[in-house]
Ligand binder design. Structure first.
Ligand SMILES: Cc1cc2nc3c(=O)[nH]c(=O)nc-3n(C[C@H](O)[C@H](O)[C@H](O)COP(=O)(O)O)c2cc1C
Length: 436
């Protein structure tokens, strides 16, 4: 958990965004896993002969090659002019780690407590809709990798595998995400399923009351719901889809039917994909959820409750006051509303507001290396989550690549800790990070 002195440090918080920010516009690949040679082992085990990429950048390159343009753009793109997505990354570049010397760092540990459980590293996988588009094993590979690496996997309400299947392969490391608190006749049976599957961590996402407007998706006619929209998507992208025969083969032959098994309109367990989409749009994402509903959800759910989408101290305090076990500082990777501040710039004020409270803090958006994780922890996070990096790993090499991705993060976190002079995650505080 956050070190007790995490709010006392000498470091300044990031200032609000200025349009002339230094470094903005730097492309994502430059930041991803730049060492290139991070050791491909996890807990001493090698990767059983599977392709080893060596860096997140190599995974990103491979993913860009195997995915058709429309899927790649959906993964890499964001809302509007994609400024927030850029800021998420470039604001990490505006932070410098501050090394201390001559400290005994022979016995280091990157393990930490996340939501009451020991986690092998301070990292978890963010929820992602339709992961089957990236690899036939999709969410199941992510859940399984999570058990192997000790980095929890938060399954999206729009995952393509059922909560039962994911929990059976991923165990207690699988969390589940709801998009809203209603309608009750949908939520109550789903909570029963989540509980029965053995999943005890529920994430409630705030800030999804309207879809993100993503120009790349519009341009590519990216759409999965509705027969007419799907036909337009296929027609528009056919040449590029055909130019990716392996992806096409995987989707047509190896991927189980792409559906939304966790979105069952009440009384309609056999509902079609379109019916599920329709129900999602009309009933679940209607924008009706309020803090009162989240309070009722807290009462109805005995397990851990995490509030995602927190970007202000006031919302963090609301979540803590109703008994949330953690908040996720997140702007959804810039995919919802462009022009919102970066997650990392919002973190210091939220950490200050929650100082002394029980709620833990996770952060996602722009985390591309173990050094970014260390910076976020220095600013008050208990751990980080990643979205695009794990999808790129999944697309590039399935479960083994996901395991390698966690290994790269682990190696980088450990290496940064040694070189800034700390032995425990809990010893990382604001003194180790400042504006660059
Ligand atoms: C393809 C894709 C689908 C996503 N689907 C969801 C989702 O279903 N629910 C959700 O809360 N966030 C979703 N997100 C956002 C991620 O959970 C996460 O907040 C974001 O990707 C973090 O930023 P990063 O990609 O820079 O790591 C999605 C992100 C991507 C890239």
């Amino acid at each position: 958990m956050r070190s007790a002195n995490s709010s006392e440090g000498t470091r300044r918080g990031l200032p609000p965004h200025a349009p002339d920010r230094a470094g903005s516009g730097r492309a994502a690949p430059d930041r991803a896993g730049c060492e290139g040679g991070a050791q491909s082992t996890l807990n001493g085990a090698t990767l059983n002969g599977a392709t080893s990429f060596g860096s997140l950048a190599a995974m990103e390159t491979r993913a860009a090659r195997v995915l058709p343009r429309a899927v790649r753009d959906n993964l890499n793109g964001a809302a509007g002019a994609e400024r927030t997505a850029q800021w998420n990354e470039t604001d990490f570049d505006r932070l410098a780690l501050v090394p201390r010397i001559f400290r005994d760092v022979r016995r280091r540990s990157v393990s930490t407590m996340l939501l009451g459980r020991e986690a092998a590293l301070p990292l978890a996988l963010s929820p992602v809709a339709f992961a089957s588009l990236f690899h036939p094993q999709g969410d199941v590979a992510a859940a399984s990798a999570s058990r192997k690496t000790g980095a929890p996997y938060c399954a999206s309400l729009m995952s393509n595998a059922s909560i039962e299947e994911m929990a059976s392969v991923g165990g207690e490391g699988v969390w589940f995400e709801l998009f809203s608190c209603g309608p009750q006749d949908f939520i109550a049976p789903l909570l029963d399923r989540i509980r029965a599957a053995g999943c005890d961590t529920l994430v409630i996402a705030g800030g999804l009351s309207a879809p993100g407007l993503r120009p790349r998706d519009a341009q590519n006619r990216f759409a999965l719901g509705g027969a007419a929209a799907r036909a337009a998507f296929l027609y528009h992208n056919l040449p590029d889809l055909v130019a990716h025969p392996r992806w096409l083969y995987n989707i047509l032959m190896r991927t189980k039917r792409i559906t939304l098994p966790n979105i069952a309109p009440p009384g309609e367990t056999d509902a079609s994909l379109d019916r599920r989409f329709d129900y999602l749009r009309r009933e679940i994402l209607a924008g009706a959820t309020t803090w009162d509903d989240v309070r009722r959800l807290r009462d109805a759910w005995a397990g851990k409750l995490v509030v995602k989408g927190v970007m202000t101290p006031d919302d963090a305090l609301e979540a803590a006051a109703l008994g949330a076990d953690a908040v996720i500082v997140s702007n959804y990777g810039g995919r919802q509303l462009d022009g919102v501040a970066s997650s990392i710039s919002a973190l210091p004020a939220i950490a200050d507001a929650l100082a002394g409270r029980a709620a833990a803090i996770l952060l996602d958006g722009g985390v591309r290396s173990g050094r970014d994780v260390v910076k976020a922890i220095a600013l008050g996070a208990d751990g980080c989550m990643v979205g695009r990096p794990w999808c790129r790993a999944l697309a590039s090499g399935g479960e083994p690549a996901l395991v390698e991705m966690a290994s790269i993060f682990r190696t980088e976190i450990d290496n940064a800790m040694a070189l800034i002079g700390v032995s425990e995650i809990g010893d990382i505080d604001r003194r180790f990070c400042r504006l660059a």
